[in-house]
Design a protein around this ligand. Structure first.
Ligand code: B12
Ligand code: SF4
Length: 515
């Protein structure tokens, strides 16, 4: 049977990084089937396009995975595929919580023939076998022989064949530049950000988060060896295609067990398996100097930190009181001293937020080492404690917000400001942080560091700007580049001056930049 795994586009950003679930399920597919992958962010498709594709390619089963924000598109694509007679199985965090919605049992139309609940590592082979036999069931739950929920242990994680897998759709380098960039220096013909997981689960239970409910609070890890082997495979692939690879460790909290994280990082260093990587780690775990030393030595370049708010009352409200705003600056400083920078994520529209929250936050940020601030709105995702609390209080203004997804729009009323005030705060945060002046300031603030780090900050800021300000077309990119031309030209000038002075190739300077 030919199987298509499809992830819908998010409608906001493009081809930043493929989704791990597709590669994982492909690796777990029983022998004798062929699996094709399409990520809508890399290969945009509409309903007619996908229906044509499944017929032309003789696809016998389509698997669709989606977060809540892409579910409306996922349902439309599933409807189009089912309309031409091909069965659809859906999985991922949204349909796990809203299986009845996907199966048409809650009053709406049916979108999926089957739903995989929770982690599908163990159920996927059964789904494929049932589909091939024409005996697909409505739901597949990861349970043991006694009907008890069973989480995959990750100790026997399947090797993902990164050396042979077709990654043509996942190259961040624009096509027209491939041939030229492949020839120079370390090779920039391809630049891919690859998702790798080293473990699953986070016990912290923040009120707005799906993770503790979905993955459970039992934390599971892969063996160090299997992670190291995967990094070595990726490194070899980058070398063989004269390109660059960076890894995104998608673990929700990469250092949730500090002892184990240190042991993994030591093994990465010992095996010379370092690649440039990004990971998500909560601020409280970054107090440990030895951990931060190992992060830097093992290739860590960016750490995503869910700071959420600079107001302890807000943090307490959402069960994230372990975040201490008073230590944010010191945590970021500790990272920056080792040339590791942070993606700092904030949520506005929390219950204790009032107008001016963006300026108050920006005021704090300006004293921190430069990073990538991102701003979002408190969003009640289905089945989270936050959703239940707001629903019980009658505060949901769009209880099924995912059915008509609007980027950066609230679905409930905050307590101390209006919805439109909260929207304005988010807009202000983005506009101020990603203006040409702010980008120039961020780059200048590390003027004492080697050029590569400044190039890194510049490129990352230009890309992150696109999370809020639509930047998908060539025109939008040209405009962004024109607006930031002074900063761009000053770095290019410096690179060429350095090259003339030292006889070095300019791309070697840039090569130290990662994601
Ligand atoms: C990596 C990641 C991202 C990446 C996404 C890009 C990418 N290419 O992966 C980035 C950093 C960009 C991102 C951004 C966001 N993310 Co995110 N992200 C994750 C994260 C940390 C890991 C995802 C992952 O790969 N997990 C590992 C794989 C193996 O698990 P999985 O995807 O769930 O797949 C398993 C099962 O679900 C199932 N499955 C999944 N799909 C399918 C399909 C089929 C057919 C089948 C059978 C089974 C199946 O099988 C898999 C194996 O068991 C998750 C948290 C988490 N740990 O999952 C959050 C998570 C998915 N993100 C979340 C959110 C909310 C966001 C944002 C909206 C945050 C924001 N406010 O901006 C943005 C939106 C991005 C966008 N524009 O689309 C939520 C989604 C909740 C929900 N109900 O939708 C999660 C769960 C985290 C959370 N805090 O709750 N994210
Ligand atoms: S620390 Fe992060 S992953 Fe863990 S529950 Fe809180 S928000 Fe979710």
């Amino acid at each position: 049977m030919r199987i298509l795994l499809y992830n819908p586009d998010n409608g906001v950003t493009r081809n930043f990084m493929p989704h791990l679930w597709m590669f994982l399920l492909k690796a777990l597919t029983p022998a004798g089937h062929e699996v094709l992958l399409i990520d809508g962010n890399a290969q945009p498709m509409d309903e007619d396009g996908i229906a044509r594709f499944v017929l032309e390619q003789n696809i016998g089963l389509v698997g669709i995975g989606a977060m809540t924000r892409m579910i409306a598109k996922a349902y439309r694509m599933a409807d189009a595929i089912r309309a031409v007679g091909v069965p659809v199985v859906m999985g991922g965090p949204h349909v796990t919580e809203m299986a009845d919605e996907a199966l048409g049992r809650s009053g709406g139309p049916r979108h999926a023939d089957a739903v995989a609940l929770g982690e599908a590592d163990d159920t996927w082979p059964k789904i494929v076998n049932d589909a091939a036999a024409g005996t697909l069931k409505d739901t597949y739950a990861p349970v043991d022989a006694f009907g008890q929920e069973q989480k995959p242990s990750l100790q026997s994680y399947p090797p993902i064949p990164w050396d042979t897998i077709d990654l043509a759709q996942f190259n961040i380098v624009p096509k027209m530049f491939y041939p030229m960039l492949q020839k120079i220096g370390a090779g920039w013909g391809t630049f891919r950000i690859i998702p790798v997981e080293s473990g699953r689960g986070c016990p912290y239970g923040c009120e707005f988060c799906t993770v503790t409910g979905f993955f459970g609070d039992s934390i599971r890890f892969r063996t160090n060896k299997s992670v190291v082997d995967e990094l070595l495979l990726l490194k070899a692939r980058a070398r063989s295609e004269r390109g660059q690879i960076a890894v995104f460790f998608i673990d929700d909290n990469f250092a949730i067990n500090v002892k184990r994280t240190k042991s993994l990082l030591r093994d990465i260093i010992a095996a010379n398996a370092q690649v440039h990587w990004v990971a998500q780690i909560s601020a409280n775990l970054l107090r440990d100097e030895e951990l931060v030393d190992l992060i830097a030595a093992a290739g860590g370049k960016w750490i995503f930190i869910g700071m959420e708010s600079i107001d302890p009352a807000n943090l307490k409200d959402v069960n994230k009181g372990f975040n201490k705003p008073g230590e944010y600056a010191a945590v970021l400083e500790r990272l920056a001293q080792r040339n590791v920078f942070a993606i700092t994520s904030f949520i506005f529209g929390m219950d204790n937020d009032t107008t001016g929250v963006a300026d108050r936050t920006l005021h704090e940020i300006q004293n921190w080492p430069p990073g990538l601030p991102i701003f979002g709105l408190l969003t009640p995702l289905p089945a989270t404690p936050l959703y239940k609390r707001l629903e019980a209080a009658g505060r949901l203004t769009r209880p099924k917000h995912w059915q008509e997804f609007i980027p950066f729009a609230m679905a409930h009323t905050p307590l101390r400001m209006t919805i439109s005030e909260a929207h304005a705060e988010v807009k202000h945060g983005w506009a101020k942080s990603y203006s040409p002046a702010a980008i120039a300031k961020a780059v200048a603030s590390i003027a004492h560091k080697p050029l590569g780090y400044r190039v890194n900050i510049l490129i990352a800021r230009l890309c992150f700007r696109g999370i809020y300000f639509p930047q998908m077309g060539r025109f939008a990119w040209a405009k962004t580049i024109a607006e930031n031309r002074r900063t761009i030209f000053s770095l290019i000038k410096e690179a060429f001056t350095a090259r003339r002075g030292s006889g070095q190739e300019p791309q070697e300077v840039g090569a130290s930049a990662s994601t």
